[in-house]
Design a protein around this ligand. Structure first.
Ligand code: AMP
Ligand code: MN
Ligand code: MN
Ligand code: MN
Length: 286
């Protein structure tokens, strides 16, 4: 086939999990949309952690640049002693129930950030709260902002180094988390007219039987899909997750979990394609 044929594509490319400066990403919503378009993404969901402040800007930018923006969020959930993330897609981000739920999580983030800074201070690292805040938006303060502070000030080599030596269990700066329940997260998303998706299910450090329990409980609560394909995920893992979705009669989503163009983060739009046995979540939207 002559190479120019490949350029006249009507190809659709979905990336349904990304972050902006409204949470712990490093591009503004407008910059994110531009980068997604450059990377060939036609349908982009902005799914910032526990907040939707970036959506209005992202929607305006997407309209201007001719791509489709799917309004989303990524909700932090505590489940059986660990943290899992639930993405909401195609939601009405003005919805009051959703917004009041998210605001409790952001309040908790502020409280957690103060404790994290206290613990870092005790470990000989002063000024972390002010330092981390400089990398964060008004509304959302997270571990990545602390990580940027630790790297910039020479306490750690890079992000990976931070998450090995700080801010995780038994390391300086760690605070155990108390997020939403799984039922709350699914409910807020559904009340806002959206679909709930288990984010990066292969990434959780849990046994396969516990993972199946998570999927089962999620399905019972009215969850719609699992993220079968995530950034930097091995194709074999994608196949396993597609089988899991199929078995529980759940739809399949895919998203890069893009945070930044910097080394170590996955690129926007770069995701292994969903296998043929997966039913994409966007079949609901057509
Ligand atoms: P938080 O919700 O504030 O606890 O922060 C969670 C975020 O930290 C995730 O969304 C990632 O962006 C980042 N993160 C967590 N673990 C790692 C890791 N091992 N390496 C790099 N980033 C991580
Ligand atoms: Mn993040
Ligand atoms: Mn996540
Ligand atoms: Mn994410």
């Amino acid at each position: 086939m002559p190479s120019f044929y490949r350029k006249i594509e009507t190809m659709t490319q979905y990336d349904l999990h990304t972050h902006s400066t409204s949470s712990d990403g490093s591009l503004s919503p407008t910059e994110l949309v531009a980068r997604a378009r450059e990377q060939g993404v036609s349908h982009l969901a902005l799914t910032d952690h526990d907040g939707t402040e970036g959506l209005d800007e992202a929607m305006a930018a997407a309209e201007q640049q001719g791509i489709t923006l799917i309004p989303g969020v990524e909700i932090s959930v505590s489940w059986h002693g660990g943290t899992v993330h639930i993405v909401g897609l195609q939601l009405d981000h003005q919805n009051k129930i959703l917004q009041s739920g998210l605001s409790t999580l952001r309040d908790y983030r502020r409280e957690r950030a103060r404790k994290m800074a206290e613990r870092l201070d005790k470990a000989g690292i002063p000024g972390a709260l002010e330092g981390a805040s400089q990398y964060a938006s008004e509304t959302m303060l997270g571990r990545v902002h602390f990580a940027r502070f630790l790297v910039e000030h020479g306490y750690a080599k890079d992000m990976r180094d931070v998450f090995n030596r700080f801010l995780v269990k038994n390391k300086p700066g760690y605070v155990s988390s108390h997020w939403a329940t799984l039922a709350e997260a699914v409910d807020w998303i559904r009340q806002a007219g959206g679909q709930a998706v288990i984010a990066h299910p292969a990434r959780y450090k849990m046994t396969n039987s516990k993972r199946r329990r998570l999927v089962d409980e999620f399905k019972t609560l009215g969850g719609e899909a699992i993220e079968v394909s995530s950034g930097n995920q091995h194709p074999e893992e994608v196949r396993v997750m597609a089988k899991l979705a199929e078995e529980f009669d759940l739809l399949a989503s895919c998203g890069s979990d893009f945070h930044s163009p910097d080394k170590g983060w996955s690129e926007v739009g770069r995701i292994t394609a969903l296998p043929p046995n997966a039913t994409p979540i966007w079949t609901l939207w057509q």
